[in-house]
Design a protein around this ligand. Structure first.
Ligand SMILES: NC(=O)c1ccc[n+]([C@@H]2O[C@H](COP(=O)([O-])OP(=O)(O)OC[C@H]3O[C@@H](n4cnc5c(N)ncnc54)[C@H](O)[C@@H]3O)[C@@H](O)[C@H]2O)c1
Length: 482
């Protein structure tokens, strides 16, 4: 059994520490790498080696500035009334805050005067290294991102680098930051990644289910009044031949009526991890009186938000490859590099979509209007439904206006899914809370296409076609680029 390297260090910006990180799951080694972290005036404070635990983490607690140097800001929407009557800023922990949705959200909440801490293992960056992928946009290191945010706005975001599957690390972050709300984006979020091979399937379920379970225990142990805002996915519901409700459905069966969790029909090991998360959260709301909101998010598109626009070092990631890229973002990049739009099978697959500016709005609304103690609240977080064919035709029209010659090609569907089906999902609860949607307009498509054109020299066209097959997944590790 390999040993766990557990390191806790305060880091700043000028020297560097090199830490071996190993992660191994059920005997098969998934990762073996080393991660390099930029540090400066604070040396490594302690280095703890432990013998009898599953080998797993590279754990570094880091903050870019001491808390005492934090900028003084006026109370905004991030302020709330403490029970003693004094006004203090709401403290929000953003788990997965270095990722696509998490980074945009962390900046937005910080801008809105919430006190924000990012918790991230940086494993998403490691996936790119493993598979030979890269974001369309160049992204800065998390340390440089946070330092740039401070210099642009005067606001501090605290940073804890580590794996939430390691409960000691997570407990430390809870005791140190004392969150009023936790927004949990920190999961392996690609369905194709979870279907590459056995080790990725096991990693995905382990990472997501255990990570979420640890968050639940951390809240119970250290911050029992804390509101959990958890990112789920509309994919948990599958594509039933009836309307999809928001979390619950009232059923009359043999003359008796009850309101029950809406049936889930997940279609990948990733989606199944989300279903299990939802069940664990629902159970702890009932058993422990947790307060939780499950945001069943649709497919997110777009890249720009007010905050990421402030400086190029704040730029968000944009994935276009066959493993992490999502439909509309992928189509815009394909159009920009003259690659046919890759419609899987018949293209009738219909899903809910939303602009990344609405992701951050929805999360803010959920935090500002917390669930009650014991309540497991479910919101369907998307603004419009499209079939893949509809998206392809919208991108074709928008591309033509920009002088691009956009073609569409049907490619064999690597997934096991219905290609023509009924789809009508409710999504009214966030609107009732005040969501003002940014609907997919010509101007947004123009801007996303122009953005893709701006960075088209960074596109690796070999990464565009789907390469992970739902049917061909096997136990043997696939080590080549996916
Ligand atoms: N992007 C979408 O279109 C979309 C759609 C529906 C739902 N979601 C959900 O939203 C959430 C965020 O998605 P995203 O697109 O921003 O993903 P992402 O991969 O860009 O970001 C996830 C972040 O979590 C971190 N992370 C993963 N496991 C961790 C762990 N064990 N400990 C600490 N950090 C960890 C990663 O390093 C990464 O920075 C996910 O839960 C995803 O399932 C995303």
């Amino acid at each position: 059994m390999a040993r766990l390297l557990s390191t806790s260090c305060s880091v700043d910006m000028s020297s560097s520490c090199k830490l071996p990180c190993h992660q191994s799951y059920q005997g098969s080694k998934l990762f073996s790498s080393s991660c390099k972290l930029q540090t400066s005036k604070f040396p490594l404070e302690k280095l703890v080696l432990k013998g009898n635990r599953p080998e797993r983490v590279c754990m570094v607690r880091a903050t870019t500035l001491p808390m005492s140097q934090e900028a003084k800001t006026q109370p905004g929407s991030g302020s709330h009334q403490a029970s003693g009557g004094s006004s203090k800023r709401k403290r929000v922990m953003v788990i997965g805050g270095d990722g696509y949705c998490g980074w945009a959200t962390a900046l937005h909440l910080s801008n809105k005067n919430y006190e924000v801490a990012i918790v991230d293992s940086l494993v998403r960056r490691l996936f790119d290294h493993q598979l030979g992928l890269d974001s369309l946009t160049p992204i800065s290191s998390i340390h440089n991102r946070i330092r740039r945010w401070k210099s642009e706005t005067g606001k501090t975001i605290q940073l804890y680098i580590g794996d939430i599957c390691d409960f000691e690390f997570l407990a430390d972050t809870f005791e140190s930051f004392k969150p009023d709300a936790v927004v949990h984006f920190g999961e392996q979020r690609s369905a194709p990644y979870s279907m590459i091979d056995r080790s990725r399937a096991v990693f995905t379920q382990n990472n997501n289910v255990i990570g979420t379970l640890n968050v639940l225990f951390a809240i119970k142990e250290f911050r029992e009044d804390c509101h959990l805002v958890k990112l789920g996915t509309m994919g948990e519901y599958g594509t039933p031949n009836i309307d999809i409700e928001e979390g619950y459905i009232t059923i009359t069966h043999n003359g008796r009526t009850d309101t029950l969790p809406y049936p889930k029909q997940a279609s990948s090991f990733y989606h199944l991890s989300k279903v299990h998360d939802s069940n664990n959260i629902a159970f702890t709301c009932k058993a422990w009186g947790m307060r939780a909101t499950d945001l069943n998010q649709g497919v997110v598109y777009g890249v720009r938000t007010d905050e990421t626009e402030m400086h190029e070092e704040l730029c968000n990631r944009l994935d276009y490859d066959g493993v992490f890229g999502t439909a509309l973002n992928r189509f815009c990049v394909q159009a920009a590099v003259d690659h046919p739009l890759t419609v899987y099978g018949k293209g009738g697959q219909t899903r809910g979509y939303l602009d990344i500016r609405d992701t951050i709005q929805c999360v803010e609304l959920a935090i500002a209007n917390p669930a009650q103690r014991g309540e497991f609240r479910v919101f369907n977080q998307f603004t419009e439904q499209f079939s893949v064919n509809e998206l392809a035709s919208l991108v074709t029209k928008a591309g033509e206006k920009l002088g691009l010659n956009v073609e569409t090609k049907s490619v064999p569907n690597p997934r096991v899914e219905a290609e023509e089906h009924y789809y009508n999902a409710k999504h009214t609860k966030l609107i009732e809370l005040g969501l003002k949607p940014h609907l997919l307009s010509d101007s947004l498509l123009d801007s996303l296409l122009n953005f893709a054109i701006q960075f088209k020299d960074r596109v690796d066209v070999k990464q565009i076609m789907p390469s992970v097959s739902w049917k061909k997944i096997g136990a043997k590790p696939k080590t080549v680029a996916a």
